[in-house]
Design a protein. Structure first.
Length: 382
């Protein structure tokens, strides 16, 4: 258990690429609807009626990496010891770029700057967007390879969203050297640009299908093996996904629709809300469907999940007014259902924390990685 002292809670909020929603703005189409302004998210009490019962940890402590269930941390968030190193000393990072022109899965879209969308007057859960159009992109991929990796051997790996994740690389650099994690490769994949409905990022991360996992499998991983000179395992128990905000919902989507590829998932402020676009009648409420229908009505999936939400996480009832845009409520619902279905999961409610809170991630990421990888054993090992 790591004890921590007071640190400023830094949030990515709207200025960060991890933000998974957009302020309602006047769309290009005429007539223009009234413009609305999103207010600051309210601070939620982790003991609110309807929320999951959770263990309140001493301030500055994090859960044990061996414990399932629900936990409350805060309100001080000092970096874990593994997150304090300035440079990577036990591994290297290889970077390359990928172009939309070379993708069979994502040729590229973008939403016009300064536009968003309007709610369908016949269904507030559907968003009408008229300003999304084809557009090219370039994305960067960064690959962390530990010095302990044996060339030619088949390695477990973790795939992360939203580009180069220096925190992930730092955590692995320390934890692998400490023998707290298996020797693994980390792959950070940049998104295709923009945010939320009508953007390339939104299309990739918020779509409820196996398409993004298939893109990673068939277009990204072969490039990783070629550029970084590594061999990646095909064992789903040796594959993990992670992300924050829409990148978090994407991480679970990858494992849910392709459990033969991924079994381990780690999410910060997961966007388990109604943000899918284009509309799909099979999953009309986007990632809200996870806790509304998919988890309660599906067989038990082979997924081990670590998830976090902040007490000041996003709350965006504007534009759609569908009751499905509260990030705290969505994550609480997820935890309740995961517990009811007897999943191996750990849910952390962070006090004094915003959306994909940097200080909380620095505090919890080492423990989260240990929890997600608990029990992993490479095929053939005894």
């Amino acid at each position: 258990m790591r004890l921590l002292v007071l640190a400023s809670a830094l949030t990515f909020a709207a200025a960060s690429q991890h933000v998974s929603t957009a302020s309602a703005q006047t769309p290009a189409a005429s007539p223009a609807p009234p413009q609305t302004t999103r207010s600051a998210p309210p601070t939620r009490d982790p003991h609110s009626p309807g929320y999951v019962s959770a263990i309140q940890l001493p301030d500055g402590a994090v859960p044990s990496p061996t414990a399932d269930g629900n936990f409350i941390i805060g309100a001080t968030h000092e970096p874990a010891s593994e997150m304090t190193a300035i440079d990577l000393t036990n591994g290297t990072v290889i970077e390359f770029t990928m172009s939309s022109a070379d993708s069979r899965y994502y040729p590229g879209i973008a939403r016009d700057k300064g536009t968003f969308g309007t709610s369908d007057p016949t269904d507030p859960a559907k968003l009408i967007i008229t300003t999304s159009h084809p557009a090219p992109y370039m994305r960067k991929v960064a690959v962390y390879v530990p010095k302990a990796y044996v060339p030619g051997s088949e390695a477990p790996f973790i795939v992360g969203a939203d580009g180069t994740d220096r925190m992930l690389f730092a955590a692995l650099d320390a934890l692998i050297a400490e023998h707290k994690l298996p020797v693994m490769i980390a792959i950070s994949i940049g998104n295709g640009g923009g945010d939320a409905q009508g953007s390339e990022r939104g299309l990739e991360y918020d779509t409820m299908s196996g398409r993004y996992a298939e893109f990673v499998e068939n277009e990204v991983l072969p490039r990783v093996e070629s550029e970084a000179h590594v061999k990646l395992t095909h064992d789903p128990d040796g594959r993990a996904t992670m992300g924050g905000s829409s990148g978090g919902s994407c991480a679970l989507i990858m494992a849910w629709y392709h459990p033969e590829l991924y079994h381990r998932v780690l999410t910060y402020s997961g966007t388990y809300v109604n943000q899918q676009w284009p509309y799909d009648a099979k999953t009309p409420h986007g990632a809200w469907e996870f806790h509304e229908h998919l988890i309660p009505e599906s067989r038990h999936m082979p997924i081990r999940l670590w998830m976090e939400v902040g007490d000041r996480d996003l709350f965006n009832p504007n534009v759609m007014h569908d009751g499905m845009h509260d990030w705290v409520d969505a994550n609480e619902r997820m935890a309740k259902l995961l517990g009811a279905k007897k999943y191996h999961y750990q849910f952390v409610f962070a006090v004094n924390a915003g959306h994909v809170d940097r200080a909380v991630k620095e505090q919890t990421l080492p423990e989260a990685l240990e929890y997600v990888w608990l029990g992993y054993q490479a095929k053939g090992e005894k």
